[in-house]
Design a binder for this molecule. Structure first.
Ligand code: Z5A
Length: 214
């Protein structure tokens, strides 16, 4: 049986990942591809519990950057072992809201943790299990924060500064530039319909290529 394909959506605050995950899911459904949708941090019961720790603010004991990085990978280890790898091995495609590129952007770019350390953790936790396709929804930080603000209370990471999110955006764009075979960058400042149309265009040849190789 052919291994499933691994697709991730990435981007800063309010970029529209959750919204556009539905577009990708609709494309896969129309193509008759078996798939699951999931998210990081999270995706299994234990990983979702770790997500709770990661996103809750506690002013009495701020989270150390090292703790944050290790918890991201602790959640990912559960997710990869118990959900992502079993699905891919069974020929099911995995559509995931964020993965290790988010760690390189937020903990690497945002927090300034060394990329070599992040890459070593990634190699340990998920080896060669990297996405086959990553769509980066890119938009100016201020626009994304405006959209996210309309949703109400901010979680711990959403309370970061504008500078932090600018570094995150730059780190994402650098990664996309360094891995053009895997990344597609989409201008997410346009309407939902225009962004969805771009995603459909990206997925068409990807689905065709997957059928040819299977
Ligand atoms: N994080 C990390 O630091 N390191 C890691 O390794 C990983 C994650 C994996 C949780 O992620 C946090 O964890 C996140 C990064 C960090 N922290 N922050 N800050 P998350 O993905 O669950 O949470 P999020 O990034 O905060 O998601 P989000 O803000 O919900 O963004 P989104 O999913 O991209 O956006 P959305 O919910 O689809 O849309 C937001 C709003 O904009 C909503 O009202 C939409 O209706 C609206 N929207 C969407 N598209 C459009 C367009 N095109 N035009 C106008 N309005 C739109």
């Amino acid at each position: 049986m052919a291994r499933g394909r691994f697709i991730t959506l990435e981007g800063g605050e309010g970029a529209g990942k959750s919204t556009q995950l539905q577009t990708v899911a609709a494309c896969l459904r129309e193509a008759g591809v078996p798939f699951i949708t999931t998210r990081e941090p999270g995706g299994t019961a234990r990983a979702e519990a770790i997500r709770g720790l990661l996103l809750s603010a506690d002013e009495a004991e701020p989270m150390a950057a090292e703790t944050e990085l290790l918890l991201m990978f602790a959640a990912r280890a559960q997710h990869v072992r118990h959900r992502i790898e079993p699905a891919l091995e069974a020929g099911t495609w995995v559509l995931c809201d964020r993965f290790t590129d988010a760690t390189r952007a937020y903990q690497g770019g945002g927090r300034g943790m060394p990329l070599a350390r992040i890459d070593a953790l990634a190699a340990w936790v998920h080896g060669d299990c990297w996405p086959d396709l990553t769509v980066l929804l890119d938009l100016p930080v201020a626009e994304g924060l405006d959209r996210a603000a309309k949703r109400g209370a901010k979680d711990r990471i959403e309370q970061e500064t504008l500078d932090f999110f600018e570094r995150v955006r730059m780190a994402y764009l650098e990664q996309a530039g360094a891995s053009p075979d895997r990344f597609r960058v989409v201008d997410a400042s346009r309407s939902e319909a225009a962004v969805a149309a771009s995603l459909r265009e990206i997925l068409r040849p990807f689905l065709q290529a997957a059928r040819t190789h299977d």
